[in-house]
Write a protein that binds this ligand. Sequence first.
Ligand code: FES
Length: 109
Amino acid sequence: MPTITYHQPGGDTQVIELEKPDRIMQAALKNSVPGIVGECGGQAMCATCHVYVREEYLDALPEIGDDEEEMLEVTASERDERRSRLGCQIEVGGSGLEAIEVDVPEEQV
Ligand code: FES
């Protein structure tokens, strides 16, 4: 079963098992994962779903789109050039990415 693991700044970890493909932001909201806001509903217009993807999963990620690139410039917590992505733009399960681990930033707004 595809999984998304969310690591909180304080050290807590939540592992979500997906019954069907889902995006990092949407799965977080459905499962009440703290620190992921998703204000724009997944339109790459708010950056409140910012996550840091763990190194071992970076090669499997889709390219960063223009809208995502723009939003990553205005994240509340500092952008990491390699690891920062928008959780609403990354789908897990069904697209070649069956598991991912992300670090949730200290701040989203
Ligand atoms: S939910 Fe708004 S940019 Fe991802």
